[in-house]
Design a protein around this ligand. Structure first.
Ligand SMILES: *Cc1c(COP(=O)(O)O)cnc(C)c1O
Length: 399
C-alpha cells in the first residue's frame, strides 16, 4: 500500500524518495504536491462517502471509515518513513495500540515490557484481561526474563524503548530475533524516538506503533495514533481491524498531523541538543538523586541504544528526592507546561506518579523506578538557557 497512490514517486526526485536522507524525505515523500492542481499541501477530502460513477467499477475509496484519500496519504507517508509495507492512522495512540492488540484472541498470551506506557498497562490489565488475553510484564532489558515468560499460548512480544519515564533500553534486535525463532509477533511503541531516530522494522520488528499526539504532530493540538506493518499480509490484518473497529483518524487531524511531521527533523534536532544540556546540568547538581537520559555516559543502556538509534531524544527524567519537593518544583516553574504529554514545541514538565502512571499501584510503581520524586521533562524549542534558569529557581525555591 505504501506508495500505491504516489504516481510522482521517482518522478521529480530522480533518485526516488527512498534514497534521499530522512530529513529530506519528511518533506519529499512522493505525494506532497497535489497531482490535480499543484497545490502545496495535501487536499482535505472532508467527505464520508464517495459517488459510484459507474456501478460496475466502484471508486477507489467508497466510505471514509474504510479509506479516505487524505488519510491514505498520511498512512503511506508513515509507512515510508518507518520502512514498512503499510501504514494506518487512528483516532489516538491508544486507538492504534488497542486495535493492534485485537490481533490477539481469547486464550492468547503476550509478553510486555514492565515499564510500558500507563494507558497500555491499563488496557492490558483491566480490559484485555476481561477478554481472556493474558500478559506477563518483564524487565525487557534482560533477555533471560523475556525468555522465561514464554508459554505455549504466547503469541506476541510488546516492547517500548526507551521506556517511559525511566528511559530503560531494550535490545530490539536481540528480542525480535528470539521472538522470530519462537514464531511470535513483535510490536514496538516507537513514540519516544520517532522514525527520525529509530526504525524498528530494520531490526526485525513486525508492527511499529506511535502516539502521534507527541513528537510527530509536535504542537500539543492533535490526538492521533499510527501503526506500520512490516508486510502486506500483516497490513491486511490490521486494515480489517481498523475498518471493523472504526478507530480511524479524522480528515482534519490527518492533515494537521502531516503538517506537523514536516518539521519533525528540525524540531527534534533543536530539542535534543537542549535535552543533552539539561541532562548534563542536572547531573552536576548535588540535590538531584538521579538523572535518566540515554545520551548520558553513565546510562546503563547507552551502548545498546546507540546500536539501534541515531539520537537520544528530547525527554529527560530526574528525581528531586521526594514527592513533596517534586510538587513544589511543579508549582514553582514558570516556563514549561505542567501537564500530561510530551513531544511538543513548548516544554512539558510531568509528574508520572500522579499523572501518566497514576493507574499503577504504588508498590508496582516503586518497583519500576517511578519514585515519588521523579519528574519528566520533555524539552521544547525555548532557549535552553531560559529553561535551565527557570528550573534552577524552582529547584532552589524547594530545597
Ligand atoms: C501518549 C502515549 C501513548 C498513548 O497515546 P494517546 O495519543 O494519548 O492515546 C502511548 N504510548 C506512549 C509511549 C505515549 O507516550
Amino acid at each position: 500500500m505504501s506508495g500505491e497512490h504516489s504516481n510522482r514517486e521517482g518522478h521529480r526526485n530522480a533518485a526516488g524518495p527512498n534514497e534521499l536522507k530522512f530529513e529530506t524525505r519528511l518533506l519529499h515523500f512522493g505525494q506532497e504536491i497535489d497531482e490535480a492542481t499543484g497545490a502545496s499541501s495535501v487536499p482535505l477530502y472532508q467527505a464520508s462517502t464517495f459517488h459510484h460513477h459507474d456501478i460496475h467499477s466502484p471508486p477507489l475509496h467508497d466510505y471514509s471509515r474504510s479509506g479516505n484519500p487524505t488519510r491514505q496519504v498520511l498512512e503511506d507517508y508513515i509507512a515510508q518513513l518507518e520502512r514498512g509495507a503499510c501504514g494506518f492512522a487512528y483516532a489516538s495512540g491508544m486507538a492504534a495500540i488497542s486495535s493492534t492488540l485485537m490481533l490477539l484472541s481469547s486464550g492468547d498470551h503476550v509478553i510486555v515490557t514492565e515499564d510500558v506506557y500507563g494507558g497500555t498497562y491499563r488496557l492490558l490489565t483491566s480490559i484485555l484481561s476481561r477478554l481472556g488475553i493474558e500478559c506477563t510484564f518483564v524487565d525487557m532489558t534482560n533477555l533471560d526474563q523475556v525468555k522465561e515468560a514464554l508459554r505455549s499460548t504466547t503469541k506476541a512480544v510488546y516492547m517500548e524503548t526507551p521506556s517511559n519515564p525511566t528511559l530503560k533500553i531494550t535490545d530490539i534486535e536481540a528480542v525480535s530475533c528470539w521472538a522470530r525463532e519462537e514464531g511470535l509477533l513483535t510490536i514496538l511503541d516507537n513514540t519516544f524516538m520517532t522514525p527520525l531516530y529509530q526504525r524498528p522494522i530494520e531490526f526485525g520488528v513486525d508492527i511499529v506503533l506511535h502516539s502521534a499526539t507527541k513528537f510527530l504532530s509536535g504542537h500539543s493540538d492533535v490526538l492521533a495514533g499510527l501503526a506500520v506493518a512490516r508486510t502486506e499480509e500483516l497490513g491486511q490484518r490490521l486494515k480489517q481491524l481498523q475498518n471493523g473497529l472504526g478507530t480511524v483518524l479524522g480528515v482534519q487531524d490527518s492533515w494537521l498531523l502531516m503538517r506537523g511531521m514536516k518539521t519533525l527533523g528540525a524540531r527534534m534536532a533543536h530539542s535534543e541538543q537542549s535535552a543533552a544540556k539539561l541532562a548534563a546540568w542536572l547531573s552536576g547538581r548535588s540535590d538531584i538523586q538521579a538523572v535518566h537520559y540515554p545520551g548520558l555516559f553513565h546510562h546503563p543502556g547507552r551502548e545498546i541504544h546507540e546500536k539501534q538509534s541515531s539520537g537520544y531524544g528530547a525527554v529527560v527524567s530526574f528525581d528531586v528526592g521526594s514527592g513533596q519537593r517534586a510538587k513544589e518544583v511543579l508549582n514553582a516553574v514558570k516556563l514549561p507546561l505542567v501537564a500530561v504529554s510530551l513531544g511538543a514545541v513548548e516544554s512539558i514538565l510531568s509528574y508520572p506518579a500522579m499523572m501518566s502512571h497514576a493507574a499503577m499501584g504504588e508498590q508496582v510503581r516503586h518497583e519500576r523506578g517511578i519514585t515519588d520524586g521523579l519528574l519528566r521533562f520533555s524539552v521544547g524549542l525555548e532557549d535552553i538557557d531560559d529553561l535551565i534558569s527557570d528550573l534552577s529557581q524552582a529547584l532552589e525555591a524547594s530545597i
